[in-house]
Design a protein around this ligand. Sequence first.
Ligand SMILES: Cc1cc2nc3c(=O)[nH]c(=O)nc-3n(C[C@H](O)[C@H](O)[C@H](O)COP(=O)(O)OP(=O)(O)OC[C@H]3O[C@@H](n4cnc5c(N)ncnc54)[C@H](O)[C@@H]3O)c2cc1C
Length: 407
Amino acid sequence: MSTAIHRVVVVGGGIAGVSTVGSLRAEGYEGELTLVDAGELPYDRPPLSKEYLSGTKDFKQIALQPAEWYGDNAIRLRNLTTVAALRPGEGGVELADGTVLPADRVVLATGGRAARPPIPGGDSGRVHVLRTSEDADRLRERLLPGAAVLVVGAGLIGAEVASTALDLGCAVTLVDPVPVPLAAAIGPDIASWLHGLHRARGVDTVCGAVESFADTATGITVKLGDGSSPREFDVAVLGVGMAPETGLASAAGLEVDRGIVVDPGQVTSNPAVLAVGDPTRVKRDGILAPRAEHWEAAQHDGQRAAATILGRAAAGRTAPWFWTDRHHRHIEAVGRMAAADRVVLRGELGSAAFSAFGILDGLVVGAVAVDDSHAVRAARRMIDRGLTVDPRKLADPATDLRKLLRG
Ligand SMILES: Cc1cc2nc3c(=O)[nH]c(=O)nc-3n(C[C@H](O)[C@H](O)[C@H](O)COP(=O)(O)OP(=O)(O)OC[C@H]3O[C@@H](n4cnc5c(N)ncnc54)[C@H](O)[C@@H]3O)c2cc1C
């Protein structure tokens, strides 16, 4: 992109937006820089289902940057402000109060909303979702010791909420229509062990789909699709995914296809508008990738967008990585386990540290580790370098993975 860029406006202060403004300054951008966000102070979302929900971290501890960082870096933070429309033709964005902020480049970092599937009764105030700190505050008030809590969805966020609610002394029921949730993302062995961990810790796991909710005088009843009698809970939480925030992009006529379509440098179908983070889908050689929806991917998007704005080559994509924490175990996954034709287990399921590697045609294409970050770091290098590794050596916990990296 041209170097005659003097005004950049970033819409959305999640990790993707904050990474964009931070990277622009770190890489030497000296022009005007504005970050518009609907909230008070940009904060991190992963703790919302973990330390923030349990109360072991307060809001200040989950802020992405301290308030003074924005001024120190000449970033104008327009907090508690919503962008109502993009005006790329006129070179700027329009705020909800009608003010127009001129911009040479706009970066959409608008994230997403918690999905609320159209389940009858699902709009009850006793049916919570979790995407914002306000959602977490509301939910925490209800997670009292002894409370009967229904968590719908045993993927990443639902499982974390179930674990945190259990730690807070709640009686937790976790319902999901899939017998082994996350099997595609992390492979069947570890997925099955992880789901079993809920039961082992006292969560009532139910395989089924919620048909309807109905408020009672003191709680909420839930009817499952299997015809069983309705069950009563004090509170229900939906952890069933997110809906990308694509409204501004659609209204501005940008290409949107269940996500804002961007090129590998994060540029949308309008060259003056870039997009980063959860709502984006990368199109390469005409093929659309799925939305990443993980923290590190959003952070890397911001770095790439900054490079593009500065006219530099954006860094290539590394194997996707995410982490999740539940029942005091730390899980990391890298690459694409779903693509593997063979899974090699390293260490014993349930031991202090173990992992699984996904292999396709001899190449490592994915890995998942429980309390073993080292294995995932090594796997990432194997994937990024396209290494062929002897599965017997991989499976042996005595093998030093660094040696395998040397080939
Ligand atoms: C509870 C929870 C736990 C998670 N745990 C993990 C985890 O353990 N590991 C992991 O890898 N990932 C995790 N994630 C996912 C990770 O947090 C997201 O991938 C990441 O937050 C995406 O960042 P983002 O900047 O794209 O979007 P967001 O964080 O959603 O930020 C978007 C921002 O844009 C603002 N905005 C939107 N529209 C406008 C507008 N018109 N005007 C002004 N502002 C606007 C919003 O208010 C918001 O602040 C978790 C997510 C949640 C919700």
